[in-house]
Design a protein around this ligand. Structure first.
Ligand code: ADP
Ligand code: MG
Length: 243
């Protein structure tokens, strides 16, 4: 079967810094991947490269067998196919929750407003925010805003969802309401790449853990074997600090 995502000898530098160092990762459809590692290890760059928010110096990234496009309609299509949720919720602050979720499907996917709104309400229901649809983002809590951000990505019917520390800007009591939505998404078969330090999520939902350090994937294993039997001293050291 064709893998959904392939990174093939991917390298990227920021000046002297080798931020992605010969990354080779193949992700089959439906796999839930958690990326963990110390700050500065290249996790965000890894995610951003997959939807081409960052360019790479060498190697190739393919989605469904097709190398990432660099511009134009094909790039807009890629961004629709690969949803991304960031630490900061990045909602359109001057638009209602409903408009936040319908804008992309109407503009990029060419959906009618009626169809987009029906689908949006269904998604807002799924993330538990349907009763907030006509509010503005600032009227919602951080956890609610992040759930809207997830619904907004899902409205584009992505093939893949990237999450870059989606709960690290949230107050502790709001973390689980966002993680619960992500766990449901994972169970529903969504292909996901999630950078997170939430080990509960990794244990509950992940099929695979990638441990990054110094721009390299140092370990690539199941959550079970990563947490109980890390192979590298870098991973052992990291785990001893967070667990
Ligand atoms: P992580 O998400 O694992 O914390 P990042 O991928 O954000 O790591 O960054 C990896 C390294 O690359 C860090 O040392 C960071 O300072 C550096 N870096 C990230 N973005 C840029 C940039 N636009 N210009 C220069 N250096 C950058
Ligand atoms: Mg980061």
């Amino acid at each position: 079967m064709q893998p959904l995502v392939e990174l093939d000898h991917v390298n990227k530098h920021y000046g002297e810094l080798h931020v992605l160092n010969d990354i080779n990762v193949t992700i089959p459809k439906g796999q839930v991947v958690v990326v963990i590692g110390p700050s500065g290890s290249g996790k965000s760059t890894f995610c951003r490269a997959i939807n081409r928010l960052e360019t790479i110096d060498s190697g190739e990234i393919r989605i469904d067998g097709t190398p990432l496009p660099s511009e134009g309609r094909a790039l807009a299509q890629l961004r629709a196919d690969v949803g991304m949720v960031f630490q900061s919720f990045n909602l359109f602050s001057h638009k209602t929750i409903l408009d936040n979720v319908t804008l992309g499907p109407i503009k990029v996917r060419g959906k009618s407003r009626k169809a987009a709104e029906e689908h949006a309400m269904h998604l807002l229901e799924r993330v538990g925010i349907a009763n907030q649809a006509n509010k503005m983002p600032a009227q919602l809590s951080g956890g609610q805003q992040q759930r809207v951000a997830i619904a907004r990505s899902l409205a584009m019917e992505p093939k893949l969802m990237l999450f870059d520390e989606p709960t690290s800007a949230l107050d502790p009591e709001m973390i689980n309401e966002v993680l619960d939505v992500m766990v449901e998404l994972a169970k529903g078969g969504m292909t996901m790449v999630t950078v997170t330090h939430e080990m509960g999520f990794a244990r509950k939902a992940a099929d695979r853990v990638l441990f990054m350090a110094d721009g390299k994937v140092m370990e690539d294993s199941t959550p079970e074997s990563f947490f109980t039997d890390p192979q590298t001293s870098r991973a052992k050291d990291f785990l001893s600090k967070i667990l």
